[in-house]
Design a protein around this ligand. Structure first.
Ligand code: PLP
Length: 389
C-alpha cells in the first residue's frame, strides 16, 4: 500500500487515531469526509478538475458497480435500458447485472495477430445502440481483462456517442494511471464541455483502493458523478448497507493529505513495477511458443494470450482445469503450475457462434516479479502437456 496508508494502519491505537478507545462507529453512508477528499485529491493529482463532482464511498469499486447498475438500468426482470459493455468485458458487470435482474448487451473488440486490441467501429457501436436501446455505456479506459488503453481521443468519441443517444457514460477507472504508452493519462473527468457539449451531468466514474493503491482487502471504492441527483439517489439506495468499513476508510483517508508530487511519484513507481514485469513476460512468451498471440498491455495489469494460431480446437476452460488438477512443471528446484483466467466468460456470444474466449486466457501480474519470470516457460510446458494428451 501507499506508505501513508500503511502508517495509519499500523497506528490505529495512536493518540490521533479515532479508534484508539476500541470503539468503531458507523460512518455516514456517504463515508468520512476525509475519505471522500482522498478520492478528490487523487483525481486532482491526475490533473482532473473536481469542480461539480459528487462522491460517495462504497465497499470497493464492486459495490459502486452494483449501485450504478441499479441506477441506470430498467426494472428488474425486464430487458429495458440494458447496460452496454465492450467485450471482452470485466465479467463482474454481467454477473452483478444478472444478480440484480438487469440486462446487458455488448459489442465485441478484436485481438489482432500483432497483439493489439481494436475497438469495434463507432458505426457498429451505434448500430448496437439503435438496436438495443441501452441506457449506459461502460468503458474501462485501463481495461481488465484486455490491457487495452483508451486515450483521450477515444474517450471523446465514446462520450459523444453517449451524448448523441442520451446515455450515461460509466467510466471504470480502477486502474487509472497504470498506462504504459507514454500518452497522457485519460479519464472521463478530463473531457471538457467544449470537447463534448452535453457531457456534463451524465458521467459516473468507478474508483477503487484495490489496484493502484494495493489495498484490495480494504474494500474501499467510490462512486463519483457530476449528476447531483444521481449521487443523492445512490447514497439513499446505499443506506440499506449502512456504511463502508470505518477503519478501512480511515486508512484510505490518509491520501487526502498527500501532495500532488508525492501521488505522482507513487504512480510512477507503480508503472515502473508493472512495466518491468511485462517487458520480460511478453517477449519470453513469444519465444517459448512461436505463433502465440500475446496482447500488448498498454494499460492495467493483464495480458491476454491467444492460441488460435497454434491449434484448431481449444477449450481454455478445460486447459485451466487441467493446470489446476494435473499439469505440473519442474523448474528451479520446485514443482509449479499456473492459474490463468479462461476468457470465454468475458464474451457474450449467441448460441452456435464461435467464442474467441475459448482460445484466450488472461494472465494477471499479481505474483512477485521472480514468479512472473517463470510464467512463460510454465505456460509453454503446460500447453504442450495439455495438447499432447
Ligand atoms: C475494472 C475493475 N473494476 C472494478 C474492480 C473491483 O474493484 P474492487 O476491489 O474495488 O471492488 C476490478 C477488480 O478486479 C476491476 O478489474
Amino acid at each position: 500500500m501507499h506508505p501513508a496508508m500503511t502508517k495509519r494502519m499500523l497506528a490505529l491505537s495512536a493518540p490521533e487515531s479515532p479508534f484508539k478507545d476500541g470503539v468503531v462507529r458507523y460512518t455516514s453512508t456517504r463515508g468520512f469526509e476525509e475519505t471522500n477528499d482522498a478520492y478528490m485529491n487523487i483525481l486532482r493529482a491526475s490533473d482532473c478538475s473536481t469542480e461539480g463532482l459528487f462522491c460517495q464511498i462504497t465497499n470497493g469499486g464492486s459495490q459502486a458497480m452494483s449501485l450504478v447498475i441499479l441506477g441506470v438500468c430498467g426494472d428488474a426482470g425486464t430487458e429495458d435500458k440494458p447496460l452496454l459493455l465492450i467485450d471482452a468485458a470485466y465479467t463482474n458487470y454481467a454477473s452483478l447485472a444478472r444478480r440484480l435482474g438487469r440486462a446487458t448487451v455488448s459489442v465485441s473488440r478484436e485481438l489482432k495477430d500483432n497483439g493489439s486490441f481494436e475497438l469495434p467501429s463507432l458505426d457498429i457501436i451505434e448500430q448496437k445502440i439503435k438496436d438495443t436501446k441501452p441506457n449506459a455505456l461502460v468503458v474501462i479506459p485501463y481495461d481488465n481483462p484486455t490491457g487495452h488503453y483508451y486515450d483521450h481521443e477515444t474517450m471523446i468519441k465514446l462520450a459523444k456517442l453517449c451524448v448523441e443517444h442520451d446515455m450515461w457514460i460509466i467510466s471504470d477507472e480502477a486502474y487509472r494511471e497504470l498506462h504504459f504508452t507514454g500518452q497522457a493519462t485519460s479519464s472521463i473527468w478530463k473531457i471538457s464541455e467544449s470537447e463534448v457539449p452535453g457531457i456534463s451531468g451524465r458521467r459516473i466514474s468507478i474508483e477503487s483502493a484495490s489496484k493502484v493503491w494495493n489495498g484490495c482487502g480494504l474494500r474501499i471504492g467510490a462512486l463519483i458523478t457530476d449528476n447531483e441527483r444521481f449521487s443523492e439517489q445512490a447514497v439513499a439506495e446505499n443506506t440499506a448497507e449502512l456504511c463502508s468499513p470505518a477503519i478501512d476508510q480511515y486508512i484510505f483517508g490518509s491520501l487526502a493529505h498527500e501532495s500532488k508530487a508525492d501521488l505522482n511519484g507513487w504512480f510512477d513507481q507503480q508503472r515502473d513495477y508493472y512495466r518491468g514485469i511485462h517487458e520480460v513476460l511478453i517477449d519470453a512468451l513469444k519465444e517459448e511458443l512461436p505463433g502465440l498471440i500475446v496482447s500488448t498491455p498498454d494499460a492495467s495489469i493483464y495480458s491476454v494470450v491467444d492460441v488460435r494460431n497454434l491449434v484448431d480446437q481449444f477449450d481454455a476452460n478445460d486447459f485451466v482445469k487441467f493446470c489446476a488438477t494435473q499439469g505440473k512443471v519442474t523448474m528451479d528446484g520446485g514443482e509449479y503450475t499456473l492459474l490463468v483466467a479462461p476468457m470465454a466468460g468475458f464474451y457474450t456470444v449467441k448460441s452456435g457462434e464461435k467464442n474467441p474466449g475459448d482460445y484466450q486466457m488472461r494472465i494477471a501480474y499479481v505474483e512477485s516479479p521472480e514468479n512472473m519470470k517463470r510464467v512463460p516457460h510454465l505456460f509453454a510446458e503446460l500447453f504442450k502437456q495439455y495438447t499432447s494428451k
